[in-house]
Design a protein around this ligand. Structure first.
Ligand code: ZN
Length: 219
C-alpha cells in the first residue's frame, strides 16, 4: 500500500548537484517542531503574484513537491509563511496501489494546481478515513477522517479567481494542505492509536480494506 500523502524520509541538510550544474538542497522541507509549521500563514498581497520572485516561489514549491515526492505542499513547509498551496497527483505515485485501493480512495490523476489565499468549504456529511502522511512529519502515517467532498476557492498562479469542487483523494489533499496554512498538522486530527512508521503501517495494513484496518486497530 502506498501510504496516503506519499511521505518519504529524505536526508536533511545535504546538497547535491543536478543536471545543468544547479545545486539543490536535498531536503528543503521543514520538519515538525519548527515554529513556521505552527503559525497562521499570511495572505499573499495580490500585486505580488505576477512578480518574478513570487513566480519563482511557486516553481520552487512544485519542484520540491515533485522531488520529495509528494502530492501536495504548503508554503510554510519550505519556511515561507504565506497562504499558498500546490498539489498534483501522478500515475507513478499511485502505481503500488491496486485498482481496488485506488477506487476505495477515489484517487485519480490530478494535473498540478496552485491555490493562493484559499478558502475551503466542507461539502455534505460524508466522511472518509485513510492513512495520511506528511512531508513535514517524515517517516510516519496515521488514520485521519476527512470530508469526502470539498470546495476550494482562491487565486490561481496568474492571480485569477479559481474555484474547484472535488471528491475523494484530491479533497483529502486540499484539507491537509489548507490545514498547514492554519498551523495544523495531520497528527492533530489523526486517530492516535493508528500512528506508526511508514514501514510498520505498510507491512501491517498494506492491501487491506479500510474497514478491516479499523477493526484490527479497534477504531
Ligand atoms: Zn503535510
Amino acid at each position: 500500500m502506498r501510504v496516503a500523502l506519499v511521505a518519504l524520509v529524505v536526508l536533511s541538510g545535504c546538497v547535491k548537484s543536478v543536471p545543468g550544474g544547479k545545486v539543490m538542497e536535498e531536503n528543503p522541507i521543514v520538519q515538525t517542531g519548527a515554529p513556521v509549521l505552527r503559525a497562521k500563514a499570511q495572505d499573499v498581497p495580490v500585486e505580488q503574484i505576477a512578480t518574478p520572485e513570487f513566480q519563482a516561489l511557486l516553481s520552487r514549491m512544485i519542484d520540491t513537491m515533485r522531488q520529495a515526492p509528494g502530492v501536495g505542499l504548503a508554503a510554510p513547509q519550505i519556511g515561507v509563511p504565506w497562504r499558498v498551496l500546490v498539489l498534483e497527483d501522478r500515475e507513478e505515485l499511485m502505481a503500488s496501489l491496486s485498482e481496488a485501493e485506488r477506487a476505495e480512495r477515489m484517487r485519480v490523476v490530478v494535473p498540478v494546481r496552485v491555490f493562493i489565499n484559499p478558502t475551503l468549504t466542507l461539502i455534505g456529511e460524508e466522511k472518509a478515513t485513510f492513512f495520511e502522511g506528511c512531508l513535514s512529519v517524515a517517516g510516519f502515517a496515521g488514520l485521519v477522517e476527512r470530508s469526502l467532498e470539498v470546495e476550494v476557492s482562491g487565486l490561481d498562479e496568474k492571480g485569477q479567481p479559481a474555484t474547484w469542487r472535488v471528491r475523494g483523494w484530491p479533497a483529502r489533499i486540499l484539507q491537509h494542505e489548507v490545514d498547514h496554512l492554519a498551523g495544523t498538522l495531520y497528527v492533530d486530527r489523526m486517530m492516535t492509536r493508528s500512528f506508526g512508521t511508514l514501514p510498520q503501517v505498510k507491512a501491517r495494513f498494506g492491501g487491506k480494506p479500510i474497514e478491516q484496518v479499523r477493526r484490527e486497530l479497534g477504531l
